[in-house]
Write a protein that binds this ligand. Structure first.
Ligand SMILES: NC(=O)c1ccc[n+]([C@@H]2O[C@H](COP(=O)([O-])OP(=O)(O)OC[C@H]3O[C@@H](n4cnc5c(N)ncnc54)[C@H](OP(=O)(O)O)[C@@H]3O)[C@@H](O)[C@H]2O)c1
Length: 377
């Protein structure tokens, strides 16, 4: 694919996998990556380090067609310097927008400034590109299945606002962001990709992100905490990062994905339950299964007593874990009809978590949960 891809979020967990695929699979493509930094040199250095981290000694082969664009989602015009913005508007043929804050604990206005403003900035850049060249760039927008918030029914790919509530500012601002993006799907060429919970690579287990499902499994495996606070029958939908990146890369090359929205999720048939995750963890770490209690019982009977006695590291552990707790209590199921139809020809079937669970947690053990990263494969 010739042209220039403007990618945001390339330094992140999913973004680096996307960057890798676009550079390796589209040899004529130039890439401009939005990178935060203290100045241009710092952004350049971050990009060089990123390429080194992704490609190891082979990074030099990709450096010539990759450049850093210093910027920030939360600033006007994505914080991009005027000259660079004008150049980008003339050159860009494709945008992949993944930059977002994935923190669950940001105050709503801060989360909005990162997530909603950034998406608006990308839409404005597409308008500027159309004004400059007469042609709007294609946009592949990365949303999340969890715009479904606290729903517990089957969420469809066509649905957005169904009166749901939100469990944190991340879910709410990703919904607000997607609302803006959907509003422009009629006049800009946009595809929306909604991953569920992304875990490590299904072949190597590699991950740079150890939150959501990793967190309770880590504290259980290390013996810091023996309770699983949740509902064993709650569905929990996880997908490996290599499959998500392959799917987005493939769909981004298909005209017929424009105007669409795709749940990049395991879906009702392949998603497991919290109880199954606990069994898999128990088998892998050769430990008795965690004791399961419901969040209601935890908050009413156990937490008040703990709060009186807990201090320091233990207090922090519980506070961190509390952010993820809702995802072990109840979740929607994600319909994947559109995703399966769109990916059928590519043979990109979502892998079953039973097949790669051991790879995920082998990687965690080998890297001491990310503290001793392995060199690039
Ligand atoms: N991980 C999941 O389970 C999951 C599930 C569903 C959807 N998603 C979506 O996938 C996308 C990527 O998530 P991720 O897990 O890869 O997150 P991540 O590892 O935290 O990466 C986030 C990326 O966004 C960039 N970013 C954050 N705030 C920015 C700002 N103000 N300006 C410019 N860049 C900014 C980060 O840059 P720095 O390096 O400068 O921090 C980083 O490159 C997000 O849109 C997220 O909503 C993720």
């Amino acid at each position: 694919m010739p042209g220039t891809l403007f990618i945001t979020g390339a330094t992140g967990f999913l973004g680096r996998e996307l960057l890798k695929r676009f550079l390796q699979r589209d040899p004529e493509l130039k890439v401009a990556a939005l990178v935060r930094g203290t100045d241009r040199d710092n952004a350049d250095r971050r990009l060089r380090d990123l390429l080194g981290g992704v490609f190891g000694e082979g990074a030099g082969a990709f450096a010539g067609r990759t450049r850093a664009v210093l910027g920030d989602n939360s600033l006007d015009r994505l914080g991009i310097h005027d000259d660079e913005y004008a150049t980008l508007a003339r050159e860009v043929t494709h945008v992949v927008h993944g930059a977002a804050s994935v923190r669950f604990d940001l105050p709503l206005d801060e989360a909005r400034a990162q997530n909603v403003k950034g998406s608006q900035g990308v839409l404005d850049l597409a308008d500027a590109a159309r004004a400059a060249t007469g042609r709007a760039p294609r946009i592949d927008y990365i949303g999340t299945c969890y715009v479904a918030g606290d729903r517990t029914d089957l969420a469809l790919e066509s649905e957005l606002e169904r009166g749901q509530g939100f469990r944190n500012s991340y879910e709410q601002t990703k919904l607000e962001s997607e609302r803006h993006v959907r509003d422009r799907q009629g006049d800009l060429p946009i595809a929306i990709h909604r991953p569920s919970i992304i875990v490590g690579d299904s072949r190597t287990g590699q991950t740079s992100s150890f939150n959501v499902v990793y967190w309770p499994i880590r504290v259980y495996a290390l013996g810091w905490w023996d309770l699983l606070i949740g509902n064993v029958e709650a569905p929990i939908d996880v997908v490996p990062v290599d499959w998500v990146a392959d799917a987005i890369h493939y769909l981004s090359g298909r005209e017929d994905s424009l105007g669409g929205c795709f749940h990049l999720a395991a879906g009702p048939e392949k998603c497991v339950t919290v109880g199954t995750m606990a069994e898999l963890a128990s088998r892998f770490f050769k430990k008795p299964p965690p004791r399961v209690i419901t969040p209601d019982r935890f908050w009413s009977e156990i937490q008040p007593e703990m709060a009186r006695r807990m201090k320091g590291a233990m207090k922090q552990l519980v506070e961190t874990g509390a952010q993820y707790m809702p995802y072990f209590a109840q979740n929607p199921l994600f319909d994947v009809t559109e995703q399966r139809r769109a990916l059928a020809d590519a043979g990109l079937e979502v892998p079953d978590v039973h097949r790669y669970f051991a790879q995920l947690f082998d990687y965690c053990v080998k890297t001491d949960w990310g503290r001793r990263p392995l060199p690039p494969a």
